[in-house]
Design a protein around this ligand. Sequence first.
Ligand code: ZN
Length: 110
Amino acid sequence: MGLLFLQSLPGPKVFKCRCCKVDSAPHDAIVSKNFSGRYGPAYLINRVVNITMGPSEDRHLMTGWHTVNDIFCSCCQQLLGWKYEKAYDDSQKYKEGRFVLEKARVMKIG
Ligand SMILES: [Zn+2]
């Protein structure tokens, strides 16, 4: 095992991994609170920390084809959501570079 470098976010309002309580994202990075993840409601968010990314894959989501990477907590490895790498539909381009964070996998602090 290599050393794990974990980033702390300035509080008080942050999301933490529900499993290991490591910081996952700042509240003020939320773009939308009404997204759907794989496990139910999710956030669309600009920035996440302490994640590792899975391989790129093309996935057909409710809004069409996207290239995405699954994102995992870098501390406990639980699946937190995914990153939109590329959207094929012009109306979905705003998602590129942003992340979907499963509400069920994080907890809201502050
Ligand atoms: Zn975790």
